[in-house]
Design a protein around this ligand. Structure first.
Ligand code: RB5
Length: 150
């Protein structure tokens, strides 16, 4: 898979570990930054990865900031994006199985590298179940469409 990754200054070390993990699994990773340890604004990188996912430049995305909150909130403003903040593998798995989330987010100040890898693995290697869950995801996307024309 082709996976976009983005982060703020709080997540440089964790991002490097996740990129190595993804490449080791045979995925291609596109890094949308930041690669500077200087304090920066997470919405910039959330939006970059969200656009890459929405425009199908990549198959899915991973976002990391201090908590995973700000960067996922920013990504969720982009049409077509469903970004889920997770801190353990069960929720990461369900984020794909039931919610078909196309971005996984987590916090570098919340989870360690091994837990983050377990979440990434669970999310990437789970299939969306469809059926009644497709209907519910459609209802979420209907809200987005209605809000855009409000
Ligand atoms: C940066 O200090 C911090 O606010 C950011 O990484 C993130 O946790 C925001 O949601």
């Amino acid at each position: 898979m082709k996976i976009g990754i983005g982060n703020d200054h709080s997540a440089l070390d964790l991002k490097a570990e996740i990129i190595e993990f993804l490449e080791h699994m045979g995925h291609q990773v596109i890094d949308y930054g930041t690669n500077s340890s200087e304090s920066c604004d997470y919405p910039i990188y959330g939006e970059k990865v969200a656009h890459a996912v929405a425009d199908k430049e990549v198959d899915c995305g991973i976002l990391i900031c201090g908590t995973g909150l700000g960067i996922s909130l920013a990504a969720n403003k982009v049409k077509g994006v469903r970004a889920a903040v997770c801190s353990e593998p069960f929720t990461a798995k369900m984020a794909k199985q039931h919610n078909n989330c196309n971005i996984l987010a987590f916090g570098a100040r919340v989870v360690g590298a091994e837990l983050a890898k377990m979440m990434v693995d669970a999310w990437l290697n789970t299939e969306f179940q469809g059926g009644r869950h497709q209907h519910r995801v459609n209802l979420i996307m209907d809200i987005e469409n209605r809000e855009n024309s409000r």
